[in-house]
Design a protein around this ligand. Structure first.
Ligand SMILES: Cc1ncc(COP(=O)(O)O)c(C=O)c1O
Length: 369
Protein backbone atom coordinates (compact mmCIF):
# COMPACT_ATOMS: atom_id res chain seq x y z
CA UNK A 1 0.00 0.00 0.00
CA UNK A 2 2.82 2.43 0.89
CA UNK A 3 5.16 1.10 -1.78
CA UNK A 4 4.23 3.71 -4.33
CA UNK A 5 5.25 6.47 -1.92
CA UNK A 6 8.95 5.57 -2.34
CA UNK A 7 11.54 5.59 -5.09
CA UNK A 8 12.47 1.95 -5.27
CA UNK A 9 15.15 0.30 -7.39
CA UNK A 10 14.41 -2.65 -9.64
CA UNK A 11 16.25 -4.82 -7.16
CA UNK A 12 14.71 -6.06 -3.90
CA UNK A 13 16.07 -3.55 -1.43
CA UNK A 14 16.64 -4.86 2.10
CA UNK A 15 19.45 -2.54 3.23
CA UNK A 16 17.35 -0.24 5.38
CA UNK A 17 19.75 -0.61 8.33
CA UNK A 18 22.18 1.29 6.10
CA UNK A 19 20.26 3.78 3.93
CA UNK A 20 16.46 3.98 3.63
CA UNK A 21 14.94 4.72 0.22
CA UNK A 22 13.85 8.29 -0.59
CA UNK A 23 10.19 9.22 -0.75
CA UNK A 24 8.87 9.98 -4.24
CA UNK A 25 7.68 13.34 -2.89
CA UNK A 26 11.05 14.26 -1.34
CA UNK A 27 12.52 15.96 -4.39
CA UNK A 28 9.61 18.37 -4.79
CA UNK A 29 9.50 19.03 -1.04
CA UNK A 30 13.23 19.75 -1.06
CA UNK A 31 12.94 22.11 -4.02
CA UNK A 32 10.10 23.95 -2.34
CA UNK A 33 11.59 24.28 1.13
CA UNK A 34 15.29 24.70 0.31
CA UNK A 35 15.77 25.82 -3.27
CA UNK A 36 12.71 28.01 -3.82
CA UNK A 37 13.47 30.53 -1.03
CA UNK A 38 17.03 30.79 -2.34
CA UNK A 39 16.16 31.02 -6.02
CA UNK A 40 13.00 33.05 -5.88
CA UNK A 41 13.23 35.47 -2.99
CA UNK A 42 14.73 38.91 -3.56
CA UNK A 43 16.16 38.87 -0.03
CA UNK A 44 18.43 36.39 1.68
CA UNK A 45 16.65 33.15 2.48
CA UNK A 46 17.61 32.63 6.13
CA UNK A 47 14.18 33.21 7.57
CA UNK A 48 12.72 30.48 5.39
CA UNK A 49 15.72 28.21 5.95
CA UNK A 50 15.58 28.51 9.72
CA UNK A 51 11.90 27.67 9.47
CA UNK A 52 12.92 24.44 7.74
CA UNK A 53 15.10 23.47 10.69
CA UNK A 54 12.35 24.38 13.16
CA UNK A 55 10.05 22.09 11.21
CA UNK A 56 12.66 19.33 11.35
CA UNK A 57 12.72 19.53 15.16
CA UNK A 58 8.92 19.81 15.34
CA UNK A 59 8.53 16.67 13.21
CA UNK A 60 11.01 14.80 15.40
CA UNK A 61 9.10 15.94 18.48
CA UNK A 62 5.87 14.59 16.97
CA UNK A 63 7.44 11.27 16.01
CA UNK A 64 9.16 10.78 19.36
CA UNK A 65 6.64 12.40 21.72
CA UNK A 66 8.71 15.26 23.01
CA UNK A 67 9.18 19.00 22.52
CA UNK A 68 10.94 20.61 19.56
CA UNK A 69 13.05 22.76 21.91
CA UNK A 70 14.75 19.64 23.27
CA UNK A 71 16.30 18.74 19.92
CA UNK A 72 19.43 20.24 18.40
CA UNK A 73 20.41 19.43 14.81
CA UNK A 74 23.78 17.70 14.48
CA UNK A 75 25.79 16.55 11.48
CA UNK A 76 26.05 12.96 12.69
CA UNK A 77 25.90 11.00 15.93
CA UNK A 78 29.65 11.02 16.50
CA UNK A 79 29.85 14.78 16.40
CA UNK A 80 26.75 15.22 18.59
CA UNK A 81 28.11 12.78 21.15
CA UNK A 82 31.51 14.51 21.24
CA UNK A 83 29.86 17.87 21.90
CA UNK A 84 27.67 16.36 24.58
CA UNK A 85 30.44 14.57 26.48
CA UNK A 86 32.65 17.64 26.47
CA UNK A 87 29.81 19.79 27.76
CA UNK A 88 29.21 17.95 31.02
CA UNK A 89 31.36 19.34 33.86
CA UNK A 90 31.07 16.21 36.02
CA UNK A 91 32.69 14.06 33.33
CA UNK A 92 35.84 16.19 33.05
CA UNK A 93 37.83 14.45 35.79
CA UNK A 94 40.26 11.57 35.99
CA UNK A 95 38.79 8.16 36.63
CA UNK A 96 35.27 8.98 35.50
CA UNK A 97 33.57 5.66 34.63
CA UNK A 98 31.60 5.06 31.44
CA UNK A 99 29.71 1.92 30.45
CA UNK A 100 28.98 0.81 26.91
CA UNK A 101 28.72 -2.48 25.02
CA UNK A 102 31.41 -4.02 22.86
CA UNK A 103 28.80 -4.38 20.14
CA UNK A 104 27.92 -0.69 20.03
CA UNK A 105 28.72 1.03 16.74
CA UNK A 106 32.54 1.47 16.90
CA UNK A 107 32.38 5.19 16.12
CA UNK A 108 30.59 5.70 19.44
CA UNK A 109 33.48 4.01 21.28
CA UNK A 110 36.02 6.14 19.42
CA UNK A 111 34.16 9.24 20.63
CA UNK A 112 34.08 8.11 24.26
CA UNK A 113 37.83 7.45 24.16
CA UNK A 114 38.78 10.74 22.53
CA UNK A 115 36.26 13.16 24.04
CA UNK A 116 37.01 11.95 27.58
CA UNK A 117 40.64 10.72 27.46
CA UNK A 118 40.86 10.45 31.27
CA UNK A 119 37.79 8.25 31.56
CA UNK A 120 37.74 4.55 32.28
CA UNK A 121 35.53 2.79 29.75
CA UNK A 122 33.90 -0.42 30.93
CA UNK A 123 32.37 -2.72 28.33
CA UNK A 124 29.45 -5.09 28.50
CA UNK A 125 31.27 -7.98 26.77
CA UNK A 126 30.39 -9.00 23.24
CA UNK A 127 29.16 -12.42 24.38
CA UNK A 128 26.68 -10.99 26.92
CA UNK A 129 23.01 -10.79 25.94
CA UNK A 130 22.22 -7.07 25.63
CA UNK A 131 18.48 -7.83 25.44
CA UNK A 132 18.59 -9.15 29.02
CA UNK A 133 18.01 -6.59 31.77
CA UNK A 134 19.91 -8.82 34.22
CA UNK A 135 23.04 -8.39 32.14
CA UNK A 136 22.67 -4.62 32.46
CA UNK A 137 22.00 -4.98 36.17
CA UNK A 138 25.33 -6.75 36.50
CA UNK A 139 27.34 -4.03 34.71
CA UNK A 140 25.39 -0.86 35.46
CA UNK A 141 26.68 -0.34 38.97
CA UNK A 142 26.29 2.80 41.08
CA UNK A 143 29.96 3.73 40.63
CA UNK A 144 29.38 4.43 36.91
CA UNK A 145 29.04 8.04 35.79
CA UNK A 146 27.44 7.45 32.40
CA UNK A 147 25.91 4.58 30.45
CA UNK A 148 25.76 4.55 26.66
CA UNK A 149 22.98 2.34 25.30
CA UNK A 150 22.21 1.44 21.70
CA UNK A 151 18.50 0.80 21.25
CA UNK A 152 19.09 -1.50 18.27
CA UNK A 153 22.19 -3.42 17.22
CA UNK A 154 22.11 -3.96 13.48
CA UNK A 155 24.85 -6.60 13.45
CA UNK A 156 22.98 -8.96 15.78
CA UNK A 157 19.31 -8.00 15.31
CA UNK A 158 18.97 -7.34 19.05
CA UNK A 159 17.00 -4.64 20.83
CA UNK A 160 18.07 -3.40 24.26
CA UNK A 161 15.38 -2.84 26.94
CA UNK A 162 16.10 0.90 26.99
CA UNK A 163 13.27 1.94 29.31
CA UNK A 164 14.37 -0.48 32.02
CA UNK A 165 18.03 0.44 31.58
CA UNK A 166 17.29 4.17 31.73
CA UNK A 167 15.23 3.59 34.90
CA UNK A 168 18.11 1.68 36.44
CA UNK A 169 20.49 4.49 35.50
CA UNK A 170 18.19 7.05 37.15
CA UNK A 171 18.05 4.94 40.28
CA UNK A 172 21.86 4.88 40.49
CA UNK A 173 22.15 8.53 39.42
CA UNK A 174 24.11 7.48 36.36
CA UNK A 175 23.70 9.62 33.24
CA UNK A 176 22.15 7.80 30.26
CA UNK A 177 22.76 8.40 26.55
CA UNK A 178 20.59 6.40 24.15
CA UNK A 179 21.59 5.84 20.50
CA UNK A 180 18.48 5.45 18.36
CA UNK A 181 20.24 5.44 14.94
CA UNK A 182 19.09 1.90 14.18
CA UNK A 183 15.66 2.00 15.78
CA UNK A 184 14.09 5.37 14.96
CA UNK A 185 11.37 4.90 12.37
CA UNK A 186 11.06 1.13 12.78
CA UNK A 187 10.57 0.79 16.55
CA UNK A 188 8.13 3.14 18.29
CA UNK A 189 9.98 5.45 20.69
CA UNK A 190 8.34 7.63 23.32
CA UNK A 191 10.92 9.99 24.81
CA UNK A 192 8.52 11.24 27.48
CA UNK A 193 8.21 7.68 28.78
CA UNK A 194 11.84 6.76 28.26
CA UNK A 195 13.13 9.52 30.55
CA UNK A 196 16.72 9.17 29.38
CA UNK A 197 19.09 12.07 29.97
CA UNK A 198 20.27 12.32 26.38
CA UNK A 199 19.39 10.75 23.03
CA UNK A 200 21.30 10.83 19.74
CA UNK A 201 19.93 9.76 16.40
CA UNK A 202 19.97 10.29 12.65
CA UNK A 203 17.58 10.24 9.69
CA UNK A 204 19.48 8.20 7.13
CA UNK A 205 18.31 4.68 7.91
CA UNK A 206 14.70 3.72 8.65
CA UNK A 207 13.54 7.36 8.41
CA UNK A 208 14.61 7.50 4.76
CA UNK A 209 15.76 11.08 5.26
CA UNK A 210 19.31 10.95 3.87
CA UNK A 211 22.67 11.63 5.58
CA UNK A 212 23.65 14.77 7.48
CA UNK A 213 20.43 15.26 9.42
CA UNK A 214 21.31 13.88 12.83
CA UNK A 215 20.21 15.31 16.19
CA UNK A 216 20.89 15.47 19.88
CA UNK A 217 18.01 15.42 22.36
CA UNK A 218 18.54 16.81 25.87
CA UNK A 219 16.26 16.22 28.85
CA UNK A 220 14.92 19.29 30.60
CA UNK A 221 16.56 18.17 33.84
CA UNK A 222 20.06 18.06 32.30
CA UNK A 223 19.92 21.07 29.99
CA UNK A 224 20.99 23.72 32.48
CA UNK A 225 24.23 22.03 33.41
CA UNK A 226 25.32 21.46 29.79
CA UNK A 227 28.12 23.83 28.83
CA UNK A 228 29.11 22.99 25.25
CA UNK A 229 32.74 23.79 24.32
CA UNK A 230 32.15 23.56 20.60
CA UNK A 231 29.93 26.58 20.09
CA UNK A 232 29.20 29.32 17.56
CA UNK A 233 26.81 32.19 17.13
CA UNK A 234 23.84 29.87 16.73
CA UNK A 235 24.55 28.48 20.23
CA UNK A 236 24.05 32.00 21.60
CA UNK A 237 20.97 33.09 23.47
CA UNK A 238 20.59 35.79 20.80
CA UNK A 239 22.65 34.99 17.67
CA UNK A 240 22.09 38.51 16.36
CA UNK A 241 23.43 40.36 19.39
CA UNK A 242 26.92 40.45 17.82
CA UNK A 243 28.86 41.52 20.92
CA UNK A 244 32.16 39.63 20.88
CA UNK A 245 32.54 40.03 24.67
CA UNK A 246 29.19 38.52 25.54
CA UNK A 247 28.47 34.85 25.07
CA UNK A 248 25.42 33.38 26.73
CA UNK A 249 24.19 29.85 26.07
CA UNK A 250 20.91 29.49 24.22
CA UNK A 251 18.23 28.52 26.76
CA UNK A 252 17.24 25.39 24.80
CA UNK A 253 19.11 22.40 23.35
CA UNK A 254 20.19 24.74 20.54
CA UNK A 255 23.16 25.70 22.72
CA UNK A 256 24.73 22.64 21.03
CA UNK A 257 24.20 24.07 17.55
CA UNK A 258 27.43 25.94 16.68
CA UNK A 259 28.16 28.19 13.71
CA UNK A 260 26.13 28.80 10.55
CA UNK A 261 24.06 25.64 10.20
CA UNK A 262 23.64 23.52 7.10
CA UNK A 263 20.05 23.45 5.92
CA UNK A 264 19.76 21.11 2.94
CA UNK A 265 19.99 17.79 4.85
CA UNK A 266 17.29 18.94 7.28
CA UNK A 267 15.02 20.11 4.48
CA UNK A 268 15.18 16.66 2.98
CA UNK A 269 14.90 14.75 6.25
CA UNK A 270 12.12 16.89 7.70
CA UNK A 271 9.77 15.89 4.91
CA UNK A 272 10.49 12.22 5.45
CA UNK A 273 10.16 12.42 9.23
CA UNK A 274 6.81 14.15 8.71
CA UNK A 275 5.71 11.23 6.52
CA UNK A 276 6.67 8.65 9.14
CA UNK A 277 5.07 10.65 11.97
CA UNK A 278 1.81 10.61 10.01
CA UNK A 279 2.15 6.92 9.26
CA UNK A 280 3.17 5.92 12.80
CA UNK A 281 6.25 3.91 13.75
CA UNK A 282 4.00 1.11 15.05
CA UNK A 283 2.69 0.55 11.51
CA UNK A 284 6.25 0.17 10.20
CA UNK A 285 7.16 -2.06 13.15
CA UNK A 286 4.20 -4.41 12.62
CA UNK A 287 4.93 -4.78 8.92
CA UNK A 288 8.65 -5.21 9.48
CA UNK A 289 8.11 -7.86 12.16
CA UNK A 290 5.54 -9.74 10.09
CA UNK A 291 8.02 -9.98 7.20
CA UNK A 292 10.86 -11.04 9.51
CA UNK A 293 8.61 -13.70 11.08
CA UNK A 294 7.73 -14.99 7.61
CA UNK A 295 11.39 -15.49 6.73
CA UNK A 296 12.13 -16.98 10.15
CA UNK A 297 9.44 -19.61 9.72
CA UNK A 298 11.07 -20.73 6.49
CA UNK A 299 14.72 -20.41 7.44
CA UNK A 300 14.49 -21.84 10.97
CA UNK A 301 17.85 -22.33 12.63
CA UNK A 302 19.72 -20.27 10.07
CA UNK A 303 18.22 -17.24 11.81
CA UNK A 304 20.52 -16.15 14.62
CA UNK A 305 18.82 -12.90 15.64
CA UNK A 306 16.35 -13.12 18.55
CA UNK A 307 13.20 -15.26 18.23
CA UNK A 308 11.18 -13.13 20.66
CA UNK A 309 9.70 -9.99 19.13
CA UNK A 310 10.39 -7.92 22.23
CA UNK A 311 14.12 -8.63 21.80
CA UNK A 312 14.24 -8.07 18.05
CA UNK A 313 14.99 -4.91 16.14
CA UNK A 314 14.23 -4.27 12.47
CA UNK A 315 17.02 -6.47 11.13
CA UNK A 316 16.98 -10.23 10.66
CA UNK A 317 20.36 -11.96 10.84
CA UNK A 318 20.81 -15.16 8.85
CA UNK A 319 24.00 -17.14 9.34
CA UNK A 320 25.14 -19.76 6.86
CA UNK A 321 28.60 -19.99 8.42
CA UNK A 322 31.26 -20.34 5.76
CA UNK A 323 28.62 -19.96 3.06
CA UNK A 324 27.69 -16.37 3.96
CA UNK A 325 29.75 -14.91 1.13
CA UNK A 326 28.37 -17.47 -1.34
CA UNK A 327 24.86 -16.57 -0.20
CA UNK A 328 25.60 -12.87 -0.59
CA UNK A 329 26.83 -13.45 -4.15
CA UNK A 330 23.77 -15.55 -4.99
CA UNK A 331 21.44 -12.91 -3.53
CA UNK A 332 23.20 -10.14 -5.44
CA UNK A 333 22.87 -12.14 -8.65
CA UNK A 334 19.17 -12.57 -7.89
CA UNK A 335 18.89 -8.76 -7.50
CA UNK A 336 18.34 -8.89 -3.75
CA UNK A 337 20.30 -6.26 -1.81
CA UNK A 338 21.51 -7.30 1.65
CA UNK A 339 24.95 -7.16 3.27
CA UNK A 340 27.03 -9.35 5.54
CA UNK A 341 28.72 -8.81 8.90
CA UNK A 342 30.47 -11.12 11.35
CA UNK A 343 27.23 -12.66 12.67
CA UNK A 344 25.68 -13.22 9.24
CA UNK A 345 23.59 -11.61 6.51
CA UNK A 346 21.72 -8.44 7.51
CA UNK A 347 18.18 -8.37 6.14
CA UNK A 348 16.05 -5.31 6.90
CA UNK A 349 12.51 -5.17 5.45
CA UNK A 350 10.80 -1.76 5.46
CA UNK A 351 7.22 -0.66 4.87
CA UNK A 352 7.81 -0.92 1.09
CA UNK A 353 8.98 -4.53 1.15
CA UNK A 354 6.53 -7.35 0.54
CA UNK A 355 5.90 -11.00 1.41
CA UNK A 356 7.05 -11.79 -2.15
CA UNK A 357 10.38 -10.11 -1.43
CA UNK A 358 10.84 -12.40 1.57
CA UNK A 359 9.76 -15.50 -0.38
CA UNK A 360 12.31 -14.70 -3.07
CA UNK A 361 15.02 -14.14 -0.45
CA UNK A 362 14.19 -17.44 1.29
CA UNK A 363 14.27 -19.30 -2.02
CA UNK A 364 17.77 -18.02 -2.88
CA UNK A 365 19.17 -18.66 0.61
CA UNK A 366 17.71 -22.17 0.68
CA UNK A 367 19.26 -22.91 -2.71
CA UNK A 368 22.71 -22.10 -1.29
CA UNK A 369 22.34 -24.19 1.86
C1 LIG B 1 23.88 2.15 16.22
C2 LIG B 1 24.57 3.18 15.35
N1 LIG B 1 24.99 4.32 15.90
C3 LIG B 1 25.61 5.28 15.16
C4 LIG B 1 25.80 5.09 13.81
C5 LIG B 1 26.43 6.14 12.98
O1 LIG B 1 27.07 7.17 13.65
P1 LIG B 1 27.50 8.49 12.84
O2 LIG B 1 26.23 9.24 12.53
O3 LIG B 1 28.40 9.22 13.72
O4 LIG B 1 28.17 8.03 11.57
C6 LIG B 1 25.38 3.92 13.20
C7 LIG B 1 25.60 3.72 11.75
O5 LIG B 1 25.43 2.72 11.16
C8 LIG B 1 24.75 2.94 13.99
O6 LIG B 1 24.33 1.81 13.45
Amino acid sequence: MHRQDFVLPKTTYLLNHSVGRPLASSQAAFEQSFLAPWQDLGREPWQAWLGVIEQFSANLARLLNSQASQFCPQVNLSSGLTKLLMSLPQLQRKGVKLLMSEIDFPSMGFVLQKALPDAEICFVPKAADVTDIQVWQQYLTADMDLVFISHAYSNTGQQAPIEAIAAMARQHQVLSVVDIAQSVGVIPIDLARLQADFVIGSSVKWLCGGPGAAYLWVSEAQLEQCQPMDVGWFSHDNPFEFDIHQFRYHPTALRFWGGTPSVAPYAFASHSIGYFSDLGAHVVREHNQALISLAMQQLGELCVSPMKESQRNGTLIVDLGQDNQTALTALTQADISVDVREAGLRISPHIYNTADDMAHLVEVITSVK
